[in-house]
Design a protein around this ligand. Structure first.
Ligand SMILES: Nc1ncnc2c1ncn2[C@@H]1O[C@H](COP(=O)(O)OP(=O)(O)OP(=O)(O)O)[C@@H](O)[C@H]1O
Length: 248
């Protein structure tokens, strides 16, 4: 059975079709990069995957379990990491455990020993164990995003989603963050879907690519199939973008 099944997923907002009959399956541990121009439906797909939005038609399944609302076993990394700047990297990572905690523990913010170990392990995974005590607000943008990844890992998710995780970082930090996300996913055999705007990063880190355009899947394939022509077809209406010119 696939780890994730997306079946005939459609999302309409009034007359706008944000996602149009999208279907695909992911195996456990697959690392997928979502590509597509602005408005293609990437965020909508990620929001449907983690149960933040309900589909107009179709469904998302983790194993054979349908996603019907927000779930603790889906980790999310955002462009804006939403860390508490006054808390340490460790405390921020630890808050990932709150999504799994029962109501009373989360109200009282009681963390168990296992959660604390998980937080330290997650910081180690993203190369920040030595900075565990550092205040998040004093860290660089790239480090803060790595804390955001650690926080998602503490949730022990079965699916990791990242919506433009490096869009606000400089190229070096972006590459570093993607490197840590990729190795974290590999280490934990974590099925991951990350939307990216930077095609060079997508090429470097992706294994499988899903290209969206006008809400529909226009490409689903591996790195060797992601030619410049394919990139142009995903991003440009007539398929004649700058990448095409470079190849021609
Ligand atoms: N809450 C909403 N209400 C109405 N329309 C929406 C809503 N969310 C998304 N849309 C529309 O759905 C389409 C897909 O939007 P979405 O944000 O998923 O695209 P995207 O590929 O993530 O774009 P970007 O790269 O700019 O973030 C767009 O036409 C957008 O205007």
């Amino acid at each position: 059975m696939p780890a994730i099944t997306v079946e005939n997923l459609t999302k309409r907002y009034g007359d706008t079709v944000a996602l149009d009959d999208v279907s695909f399956e992911l195996d456990e541990g697959e690392f997928v990069v979502l590509l597509g121009p602005s408005g293609a439906g990437k965020s909508t797909l990620l929001r449907l995957l983690n149960g933040l939005t309900t589909p107009t038609e179709g469904g998302v399944y983790i194993g054979d379990d349908e996603v019907t609302g927000k779930r603790s076993d889906i980790g999310m990394v955002f462009q804006m990491h939403y860390l508490v700047e006054t808390m340490s990297a460790y405390r921020n990572a630890l808050t990932g455990a709150l999504s799994r905690a029962d109501f009373l523990d989360s109200v009282l913010t009681r963390y168990g020993r296992e959660d604390k170990v998980r937080a330290l392990e997650a910081l180690d995974t993203v190369g920040l164990l030595d900075e565990a005590r550092q205040r998040a607000g004093s860290m660089s943008g790239g480090q803060q995003q790595r804390v955001g990844i650690a926080r998602a890992l503490v949730q022990e998710p079965s699916l990791l989603l990242a919506d433009e995780p490096v869009a606000s970082l400089d190229p070096k930090a972006a590459e570093e963050v993607m490197g840590y996300m990729k190795s974290a996913a590999a280490e934990r055999e974590l099925t991951t879907i990350a939307s990216l705007h930077q095609v060079n990063l997508a090429r470097e880190f992706g294994e499988r690519y899903i290209g969206l355009r006008d809400g529909a899947v226009v490409f689903d394939g591996g790195r060797d199939d992601l030619t410049m022509d394919v990139v142009d077809e995903i991003y440009y209406e007539d398929g004649e973008g700058p990448a095409h010119e470079v190849v021609a």
